[in-house]
Design a protein around this ligand. Structure first.
Ligand SMILES: *Cc1c(COP(=O)(O)O)cnc(C)c1O
Length: 359
């Protein structure tokens, strides 16, 4: 109730011009500098009550030190974007895919599922309440972060007694430094692995991301934007990058590793597969040996945060392979980037029914 009242008061104030936000849309980065003022927060206190939530001020949450998520890691997240489009409205992209992926993750980590309508409602409310943070067309997006975690206290290892589902957001620009289409330099990781068969690599579980920090930082220090992980059984096949999927192009053939549980089933990955098929490419979900990637015509990565990001070079055991000169985006990645963003920005027809208008 208090949260709703505050939200109403703030909106009333902003219509009087008091809280006009002042953002330099041309210089957005991928960070929280311009986080939304409101978040949607729901709690789960047992199956009888289910999820109960509302908008409230973006701010600290109150947790016991014994909160399950802090001790044992029951925590999963999603990443989505809202965009201001050529039709001068704000839209989401395939939100039901994120809702269903979060359900899968909740089951894997023994958490109560957030029903699709609850999930999409939380995201829509967050977007509407923070609509002034959605950048103008072409300047970036409102990044939305739904987060589900075991907030209740527990001592012995077990699922939490209660849960929190919170959705916050921030105005963001391109994910990698240097701009959206600047080719990135990647390095193949030969010591550590991101996920193992039977593990939880196929979910956006928080722990998957703390596991890669050490590796990512070491790569960054050597000038690489990110790391490509290999399968942990043979160290021969590409898996994915820390937070995006990977595609390899040779002639008219486009390949990406199959979803066998160790890589994240990206919404962008699925969309690029469909767009590539529509363009008539020979599209395959197949294991890709590192050697094949080193001999490919081009490589690109996909994800909500990165969109489609061309790879300028891949380094493996000290050998560096450069794609397309390493400075300009390579053609197939660029073409599919164009197809995807034209739909997301409503600059073309929504052939697949992927666009979800919010306001
Ligand atoms: C989120 C994520 C992706 C991309 O998924 P999208 O749904 O396209 O955003 C790929 N790999 C990892 C490890 C991720 O966390």
């Amino acid at each position: 109730m208090r949260g709703q009242l505050q939200a109403l008061l703030r909106r009333a104030a902003s219509t009087q011009g008091r809280s006009k936000i002042d953002i330099d849309w041309d210089n957005l980065s991928f960070n929280l500098d311009h986080h939304g003022q409101e978040m949607f927060c729901a709690v789960w206190n047992g199956p009888a009550k289910g999820w109960e939530g509302q908008l409230q001020d973006y701010g600290p949450l109150s947790l016991m030190p014994s909160a399950q998520a802090l001790n044992y890691g029951q925590s999963i997240f999603e990443g989505m974007k809202a965009r201001r489009t050529a039709k001068d409205r704000i839209v989401l992209f395939r939100p039901e895919m994120n809702a269903s992926r979060m359900k899968d993750g909740a089951r894997r980590l023994c958490m109560p599922e957030v029903p699709q309508h609850t999930f999409i409602n939380a995201v829509e409310e967050t977007v509407r309440a923070n609509s002034e943070y959605v950048p103008p067309l072409g300047k970036g997006a409102l990044y939305i972060r739904p987060l589900l975690f075991g907030s209740g206290p527990i001592l012995g290892l077990a699922p939490a007694p209660s849960y929190t589902f919170v959705t916050y957001c921030a105005a963001v620009g391109s994910y990698f430094k240097g701009g959206q289409l600047k080719p990135i330099d990647l390095v193949v990781e030969n010591k550590f692995h991101r996920a193992a068969p039977g593990g939880m690599g196929g979910t956006k579980a928080a722990g998957n991301y703390s596991a890669v920090l050490q590796i990512q930082r070491a790569a960054n220090a050597k000038g690489f934007a990110d790391v490509v992980y290999l399968d942990c059984k043979t160290d021969a096949y590409l898996e994915e990058v820390s937070a995006c999927n990977i595609f390899v192009v040779k002639g008219r053939t486009i390949k990406t590793p199959p979803l066998t549980g160790t890589i994240l089933p990206g919404v962008t990955r699925d969309s690029i597969l469909q767009l590539a098929r529509k363009r008539g490419y020979d599209v395959k979900e197949q294991p890709i040996p590192v050697v094949e990637a080193l001999e490919a015509d081009e490589i690109f990565t996909t994800g909500t945060a990165v969109v489609v990001s061309p790879v300028g070079s891949l380094t493996h055991k000290g050998k560096r392979r450069v794609y397309g000169g390493g400075v300009a985006p390579t053609p197939v990645g660029l073409e599919l980037y164009g197809d995807l963003t034209a739909i997301q920005n409503e600059q073309t027809g929504d052939h697949f029914g992927w666009v979800h208008p919010v306001c």
